[in-house]
Structures are given as structure tokens and as C-alpha cells.
Design a binder for this molecule. Structure first.
Ligand code: NAD
Length: 491
């Protein structure tokens, strides 16, 4: 029997053990324990913040062109190790190997954008705002910053923040999800090789106690968070009450409208990939499809066929199209919500509950599920399921469908399938969500666009990625200056 490895924290350029209780990290397909993750106490956060504060003095004065050089090395190292990282993501998170590789690629794109920070961090200025007086705006780093991340994209989401933060001259602390800490260990194993000065980045494993210590630490100036809405609200409130900047991305309940003039084959295929890809555990997963008028029959038949034929299994096995959900607890919660939908009067068109996968009896599998005639005002229509479950609703007009979309308390994304430019434009203008798809069902912004959740999907103002990331991680300093000189006096 091999001993189970206990994970370490990375502080001041070295791995160290935390004196703390630990939780098992469980492979959701096999139920095997992969490692133990420490629930770091406040003392570990204090040590990480101290190391970051010490490094900050020199790091913020390193020219931006030099600060980005380690990022090029990081990109090359991630590419060289992509198979190993993808396997780790699949083992701890459950998604298929292809999904894991795609996630790594999206993470790399953020490193590439952050490598442009010498340009992105530029300020602006005016000469002669009054005779002989100039005014400039510079961007300076905020200081020590931290990110708290969720389980569903364990490698990509830390990279929504880390590259921007450090390239802008900040020092950074990551607290990854305790359910999937191994992907961050891999990331920091590579970061250890890229020549960053010690203390520029820290990894502190843990749970709520660790997060609370981050929220209350006086030297940590900004918090980036991604996770569920109740926790996003809590973190936003506590961080801002403590005078910190905060950008907190929350949960979602993502609607997609299908008009009768849509290409139905394409709509059903793309929507199935959105609803069931990553086992429905994407914050941009479609969870409600609203058909308009005669779209109903054709669409429902097609999506039911695709859902019933999707191959569910262990993400490392060839041919598998969908892996397990993150835990048995999550499987039970999803199955209860499917039951609730039935109690509220929905028809269970495809039932993915109780799916056994040969060879993986202890896996937390839920197969694709479709509920038809879901009540628009019911609890199922309002609750984030975060599993491979698609709810179907029907409407008689585009206006009615848009009103259904806009009754959603979240606003992470909304999509439409149509061949009408006018309908698509109306939807784009009126839909109350921050990421919009037109004949697209996972409208994930590229790294040079902000990840624009709205309503209960986001608390803050500046989002992750791109220019928003640069603004979040910098403070503006305005300088008004006059230089009396012999030349100006005699002129
Ligand atoms: P979660 O909210 O349970 O956990 C996220 C992080 O918060 C973890 O690091 C966890 O340790 C920490 N945490 C949990 N409870 C806490 C508490 N009470 N106090 C302080 N910290 C706490 O989320 P999850 O289950 O890991 O991730 C799934 C959720 O994330 C879904 O709701 C999904 O929609 C959302 N998500 C949103 C986006 C987005 O861009 N909007 C992206 C990915 C995931």
C-alpha cells in the first residue's frame, strides 16, 4: 500500500508543511483518495502575507518588461507538461481528458494576455493643462493581493488572476478549492522553476478558516473570488467592510432561447455540449432552454436523442464524453433537485439518476437529464443545479422568451439560436446578462475580454481577465507638475 501524500503550502519560494487538520482529496470517478489537503490556519496566511509584503518592495520597482519574462517560461513549461497536468485535472475533478486540455489552453491564453502588460499598464497625460503645467496618470500596483478559487476549473481559474497580478507588480496569494488542490500544486511546481523572486507568489491550501484569515489580514489589499453566489456575497461583504477591493464571481442559471428559424441540428448539438459538457459543472453551462412556437417539437426530439446517447464514464478512458460530478454529496443534491422538478409538475424526458458505470461502482455519476415543461416560477427554475440537467420551457413569442430570460436572478450568460439578425439584435440589446451568445452556447470570453457576469452572478465592478484585470490590480496615481526654468521665464 502506498502512503497518502499530504500536500504542502508554497511560501517565500519554498514548500512547507502546515500544522493543520487535513481533508482527503477524492477522485470522483474511482472514489480513490489521491492526497490529503491541509486546512491551513490563520498563521499560514500571516506567513504568506509577510513573505509577499517583503517581496513587494523590490518587485513593484522591477520594470514591467522584466516582470513578464517569467511568464514566457511558465507558458513553455505548461505546454511541455500538458499531458501530465490534464491527467491530474481529470483525476481530481472528473472531466474528460479533452476537457482538461481545453481548460489548460484557456489558462495559457491569460498568460499570453498578461505578457502584454507593459502596454496595458500605460497611463495617459496632457501637456499644458495650464501654461507650463502638465498632468499625468500612472498605474501602480495595489500591493499584496489574493484569489480564492472553485473546484470546476482547477487549473484555468487561478490563471484568470495570477499572471495579471504579478505582471502589474503585485505579490499574490492563491487559496485553491480544497476539493481539487492538486492542479494548483502542479502549477506551483512549474512556477518554482521560472525564476520569480521568492515571495512574489504563494499557495496556501485550506477552507473557510483560511479564507477568513485572508479577508481579515490588513496587508492583503484586494481579493478575487470565484464560486457559489452565497459565498461570493459573503466574501464581497467582508472584504469590502475591511477596506479591500473585491471582485467576486458567483453562481449561474443560464438560459438559451431557440427560435423556429434556427438550424435545429446545430442548436441541439451545441446546446447539448453546453448543458452536459464538464458534467454540467461549468458556470457557463446552459441549464434552461426556452423554445419559441414551433421550435418546440423539433428541438425537443433532437436534444432528447443526444442526451440519451452521451457516453458517461471515467474521463481517463477512451471514448468517454462525460465524467462524474465532483462528489457523492453533489450527486445526491442533483438527484434531489431532479425529484423536486417532478414534484413541481415537470415531465422527466431523460432520467440520468442512478446511472451505474461498469468498473466504477463507487463513482459519483449522473447521466444527462432533461426535464420538460418546467414551471417558470418554480424552485427548480430558480435554483442552480450545477450538474448535467437541462430544463425545458416553452413560449409563444420572442418577447415572452426574453421576459423569461430576464426573470432570472443570475446574469452570467444568455444565448439565442436563430437565423434572424433582427431577433438576435433585439436579444443582444435586451437580455440582462453579461456574456451573450448568438448561435453559441458557451460564450466564454477570450482572455482579452472581461468575464462579465451580472446580477447575482457577480459582486464588484471590474471583472476578471484582460484590461479589467489590469485595472483591478492597479491604482491610478495622478501627477500635476510644473517645472519653472530659465527657458520658460524668458520666453
Ligand atoms: P464554493 O463557493 O463552494 O467554493 C469556492 C471557494 O470558496 C473554495 O475555495 C472554498 O474553499 C471557499 N469557500 C467555500 N465556502 C466558504 C465559506 N463559507 N467561507 C469562505 N470561503 C468559502 O464553490 P464551488 O462548489 O467550489 O464551485 C462551484 C460554484 O462556482 C458554482 O456555483 C459555479 O456557478 C461557480 N462558478 C462561477 C464562475 C463564474 O465565472 N461566475 C466560474 C466557475 C464557477
Amino acid at each position: 500500500m502506498t502512503a497518502i501524500v499530504r500536500l504542502n503550502n508554497y511560501i517565500a519560494g519554498a514548500w512547507r508543511a502546515a500544522d493543520a487538520e487535513a481533508l482527503p482529496v477524492v477522485n470522483p470517478a474511482t472514489a480513490e483518495t489521491l492526497a490529503e489537503v491541509p486546512l491551513s490556519p490563520a498563521a499560514e496566511v500571516a506567513a504568506a502575507a509577510e513573505a509577499a509584503m517583503t517581496a513587494l518592495r523590490a518587485w513593484r520597482r522591477v520594470p514591467a518588461g522584466d516582470r513578464i519574462q517569467p511568464l514566457f517560461k511558465l507558458k513553455a513549461l505548461i505546454e511541455a507538461n500538458i499531458d501530465d497536468i490534464a491527467r491530474t485535472i481529470t483525476e481530481e475533478c472528473g472531466k474528460t481528458l479533452a476537457e482538461s486540455r481545453a481548460e489548460i489552453q484557456r489558462g495559457i491564453e491569460n498568460i499570453e494576455v498578461a505578457a502584454g502588460i507593459p502596454s496595458l499598464i500605460q497611463g495617459y497625460n496632457n501637456e499644458d493643462i495650464a501654461r507650463g503645467i502638465d498632468e499625468h496618470m500612472f498605474r501602480q500596483p495595489v500591493g499584496v493581493v489574493a484569489a480564492v478559487t472553485p473546484f470546476n476549473f482547477p487549473f484555468m481559474i487561478p490563471l484568470w488572476y495570477l499572471p495579471y497580478a504579478i505582471a502589474c507588480g503585485n505579490c499574490f496569494i492563491l487559496k485553491p478549492s480544497e476539493k481539487v488542490p492538486l492542479s494548483s500544486q502542479k502549477l506551483f511546481d512549474l512556477i518554482d522553476q521560472i525564476g520569480l523572486p521568492q515571495g512574489v507568489v504563494q499557495l496556501v491550501n485550506g477552507g473557510k478558516e483560511t479564507v477568513d484569515a485572508i479577508l481579515d489580514h490588513p496587508d492583503i489589499r484586494a481579493i478575487s473570488f470565484v464560486g457559489s453566489t452565497p459565498v461570493a456575497k459573503y466574501i464581497y461583504s467582508r472584504a469590502t467592510a475591511n477596506g479591500k477591493r473585491a471582485q467576486c464571481q458567483g453562481g449561474a442559471k443560464n438560459p438559451v432561447i431557440i427560435l423556429p428559424d434556427a438550424d435545429m441540428d446545430m442548436a441541439a448539438k451545441i446546446l447539448a455540449d453546453s448543458a452536459f459538457g464538464c458534467a454540467g459543472q461549468r458556470c457557463l453551462a446552459a441549464s434552461v432552454a426556452v423554445t419559441v412556437g414551433s421550435a418546440r417539437q423539433e428541438f425537443v426530439e433532437r436534444i432528447a436523442d443526444i442526451a440519451s446517447s452521451r457516453k458517461v464514464g471515467y474521463g481517463l478512458d477512451a471514448g468517454v464524453e462525460m465524467g462524474p460530478v465532483i462528489s457523492q454529496q453533489s450527486r445526491e443534491r442533483i438527484e434531489q433537485l431532479i425529484g423536486l422538478g417532478r414534484q413541481e409538475g415537470a415531465e422527466l424526458l431523460v432520467d440520468g439518476r442512478g446511472r451505474a458505470v461498469a468498473g466504477y461502482a463507487a463513482g459519483s455519476f449522473v447521466a444527462p437529464t432533461i426535464l420538460d415543461h418546467v414551471a417558470p416560477g418554480g424552485e427548480l427554475a430558480r435554483t442552480e443545479i450545477f450538474g448535467p440537467v437541462l430544463s425545458l420551457m416553452h413560449s409563444e413569442s420572442v418577447d415572452e422568451a426574453i421576459a423569461m430570460v430576464n426573470s432570472n436572478r443570475y446574469g452570467n450568460m444568455a444565448c439565442i439560436f436563430t437565423s434572424s439578425g433582427a431577433a438576435a439584435r433585439k436579444f443582444r440589446v435586451e437580455a440582462r446578462a453579461g456574456n451573450i451568445g448568438v448561435n453559441i452556447a458557451v460564450p466564454a470570453p477570450m482572455a482579452y475580454f472581461p468575464f462579465s457576469g451580472w446580477n447575482e452572478s457577480f459582486f464588484g465592478d471590474l471583472h476578471a481577465q484582460g484590461r479589467h484585470g489590469v485595472e483591478f490590480y492597479t491604482e491610478t496615481k495622478v501627477v500635476v507638475e510644473r517645472w519653472p526654468s530659465e527657458w520658460s521665464r524668458t520666453f
